[in-house]
Ligand binder design. Sequence first.
Ligand code: DLL
Length: 439
Amino acid sequence: MTSQRTGTALPDEYLDDGERLGADELKDLQLSRLKATVRTAYENVPHYGKAFDELGVAPGDLHTLEDLAKFPTTSKAELRENYPFGMFAVPREQVARIHASSGTTGRATVVGYTKNDLDTWATLIGRCFRAAGAAPGALVHNAYGYGLFTGGLGLGGAERCGYTVVPVSGGQTARQVQLIQDFRPSLISCTPTYLLTIIDEFVRQGIDPASTSLTTAVCGAEPWTDGMRRELEEKLDVDAVDIYGLSEVMGPGVANECVETKDGLHIWEDHFYPEILDPFTGDVLPDGEEGELVFTSLTKEAMPIIRYRTHDLAKLLPGTARPNFRRMSRVTGRTDDLVIVRGVNVFPTQVEEVLFTLDGLSPHFQLILTRPGRMDELTVQVEARADLDSKSWDRVAADTEHALKERVGVTATVVVVAPETLERSVGKLKRIIDRRNLR
Ligand code: DLL
């Protein structure tokens, strides 16, 4: 399902050299970059030297792009084992910046960038913003968190490509509204759930969110649906496009939607080589089939990454607005966000999709998992919209239970709660609250 609203693409003169490559030129470039990456990783990162040797493959075995399938994959656990700097392929002195995942469980995952890596990253953010329809010169309100998280400083790289960046970071939502009113940005970048929080704050202050200077929202870092897109676009009167990325592969800007099509994210394949694997067997799946996204970096110097298993589920599709770059479908969810209720697999995005089809429900919801007996039970708490009479809450809850059963196949208890009762997002929202006492 694509969005109803389509935006206007920038003229072709805004395309960069990578976006202008022909199909064969792109393949040749990918292959030469891939060969160099595999060799650098093998020679300079002890982990890869060992992993290649154990599997009996050497850089010289890579003759075609498809040969990559013979090489070992890389997991988050392996990055952790090499904490902090063991995955770097250059001396630490050549690393200009370090980011790290929050590492709520176990050690953080550390990633590093040379000066050239930071330049490439900034260039790709510029490409993302142009794909979103925003020409250099635009004023960017960047509400992704600054710090070790790659969102803030990553998108902030747009300042090197002619954009004016306001590094607001996340939180202090009343101030965000004030700055949007005063500075009059045209582009806002933040997670989709934080954008909902900002929209609510506009309403709370008595300002119509559709009246702002904003024309474009670049949202990502968490899964979201076309229903959510419509909500954001209508409330804020903007074009909202999806941006994807992950620290281990670079950070934001691995793939981005084009505003004129809003049909999934074009992967910047001149810098990242994508594969889809069967998450259970590890076999490479053909384009069009859903599986786990796996990326190999093609230009990273400080921390080349070979076949990184993202745990994100998506499929590869042919290019549209950028014909030579394949698209990835929007990420349905992470393999670790999958909830299994009485044998039925559910992702929060599937619940989100259903909620947006029912009148009277707001986009604020959370999933609560419990295990009262031997089976997991799912409760969906969702806020009513302000105009839904509280006498109707039970009826809407019953309709939602029915719709979830019908469309997702899952039996859930739906509880409609009063507006403003669920916790608001300031960045990546935790959708699932696990109250199972698992030992
Ligand atoms: O979230 C990088 C980022 C920042 C992307 C800002 C976009 C905007 P990590 O913290 O390493 O990096 O988390 C990466 O977030 O594996 C996905 O599960 C999820 N994710 C990122 N973008 C999207 C998206 C940043 N557009 C993890 N849709 C990834 C769905 C996304 N999930």
